[in-house]
Design a binder for this molecule. Sequence first.
Ligand code: BGC
Length: 259
Amino acid sequence: MTENTPDTVAVGIDIGGTGIKGAIVDVTTGELLTDRKKFATPEGGKPDDIAKTVTDLMESLGDVPASATVGICFPAVVRHGVTMSAANVSKKWIGFEAEKLFEKTLGRDITFVNDADAAGFAEVRYGAAKGKSGLIILTTLGTGIGTALIYNGVLTPNAELGHLEIGGVDYETKAAYSAKEREDLSWKKWAERLQVYYERLEALFSPDGFIVGGGVSKHHDEFLPLLKLSTPIVPATLRNNAGILGAASLSTMRTTFLE
Ligand code: BGC
């Protein structure tokens, strides 16, 4: 990696409910400079166990340049490095000094952000939202629904629109990809729920575009054409690397909202 100037190289780590993925990234191009490594998320998802797995993952990446910044994304509200919610992870993360824990276990500064924010930021910098102006809403459909609000390329963090209450329920429990799997819904039945969800987002935000990420976005042909919306809706282009790329990229440009 000597051909890269130091501030273009960063590590991105994406912590999810089932897997923890990471790679060394060239943030100017959005290319992975190493293979993407993946470790299983420890049972129970408690902070110390996850921190140990993240340390193992860092070691598996080989020689990480000392100058490389490190970004980690996580499925919770993150304010000033503190995790404030825990929808699909251990409740121990609520009000937890997450950034400090990883800085201690990794022995270096890190940047800790919400997973959907990281994915949204990556799509703006390298993917489906690149060069797009106006309000873009990225949604990730996975275990939960993650959302990122991006206006003229600027991210407003911690949107948490997956938890919109519709019909008296937290709607991620109805429309996340995990609901499709849990209830064995056909694409058509699931798309009916997505229709309700995206219509509500349209009514509240009048966005200029939706981007749909998460692992299921590779099957976008099965469900996006079933949606009837007035807003253009397109699949994310970075798929499983969005969190890694966004976390790495954000780590090189800490802004006041992340401090
Ligand atoms: C969490 C969000 C997260 C999303 C996707 C939701 O349950 O509340 O913080 O971004 O899942 O992982």
